[in-house]
Design a protein around this ligand. Structure first.
Ligand SMILES: Nc1nc2c(ncn2[C@@H]2O[C@H](COP(=O)(O)OP(=O)(O)O)[C@@H](O)[C@H]2O)c(=O)[nH]1
Ligand SMILES: [Mg+2]
Length: 240
């Protein structure tokens, strides 16, 4: 009997846009992040000097996952039980620069008194911390701009602090609906006065890291931003 030659299985080729094919290099500064200390109140925080960028968000918004993704570490404990992180956690990038993990807000099962305390410490930190250069707010792409998110934006912008929003868990939506959510949030932010920016982010897929690092670099005055400041300083020196 003649042997029937098996057909080769059809190989599906998926063309991804160029930006998604490139493996983004982890900037060494964020890779070097290490836990420094946890503070229950503003009084327990490290000396108020250098640069800090704070990460805030509703409990379960994906804050710990985003921090871990951006630092390639397990800095912040990701949890399926939201509302556990009650302290202000500091992670050092170098002697002068710190990432700060603020207590998650808005988790319903936490007793009122405890929730008031958290709100107070979070508010104290954002309104009073001098070395704070910007606030990253994590919002679930499917439920952005809750009342508390808006309050937080208000507190930060009234101090002229820039705010960058990560619309997290972007992998939970298809491309079209995710882009619509991004545009909707952009439109809402346009109604608010302040230095506000927003992007899609997925810790699961490591999508959006390059833009997030870029924003952090800017606030920390690292990389090209530090160089451009230096060259400005050089120009000033030449002129005088
Ligand atoms: N699909 C998906 N799930 C995520 C992502 N980020 C976080 N999660 C999940 O959302 C839940 C809360 O995440 P976590 O980082 O602990 O949130 P936090 O309370 O804001 O710190 C966990 O079950 C995570 O696995 C993401 O990018 N994609
Ligand atoms: Mg967390």
């Amino acid at each position: 009997m003649r042997q029937v030659k098996k057909k080769k299985p059809f190989k599906k080729i998926i063309y991804e846009p160029a930006s998604q094919q490139v493996k983004v290099q982890q900037p060494k500064h964020y890779n070097a992040a290490s836990f420094s200390l946890s503070a229950p109140t503003l009084a327990h925080c490290p000396l108020d000097e250098g640069w800090e960028v704070a990460f805030a968000g509703r409990s379960n918004a994906g804050k710990s996952s985003a921090l871990n993704c951006l630092t390639s570490a397990r800095l912040a404990r990701t949890s399926k039980t939201p509302g556990r992180t009650q302290l202000i956690n500091f992670f050092s990038l170098d002697e002068q620069r710190r990432l700060v993990d603020l207590p998650g807000y808005g988790y319903a099962k936490v007793p009122d008194a405890l929730r008031r305390d958290w709100g107070q410490h979070l508010g104290d930190y954002i309104t009073q911390r001098q070395c704070l250069r910007g606030v990253v707010i994590m919002m679930d792409v499917r439920h952005p701009l809750t009342d508390f998110d808006l309050q937080l934006i208000d507190v930060a912008t009234s101090r002229d602090l820039p705010v960058h929003i990560l619309l997290t868990k972007a992998d939970k939506l298809k491309r079209g609906p995710a882009a619509n959510q991004l545009q909707m949030v952009r439109n809402e932010l346009n109604k608010i006065t302040g230095n506000l920016s927003v992007q899609l982010f997925s810790s699961l897929k490591s999508n959006g890291t390059a833009d997030a690092w870029d924003k952090l670099d800017q606030w920390f005055e690292l990389g090209v931003y530090a160089q451009s400041n230096d060259s400005l300083a050089d120009d000033d020196a030449k002129e005088s």
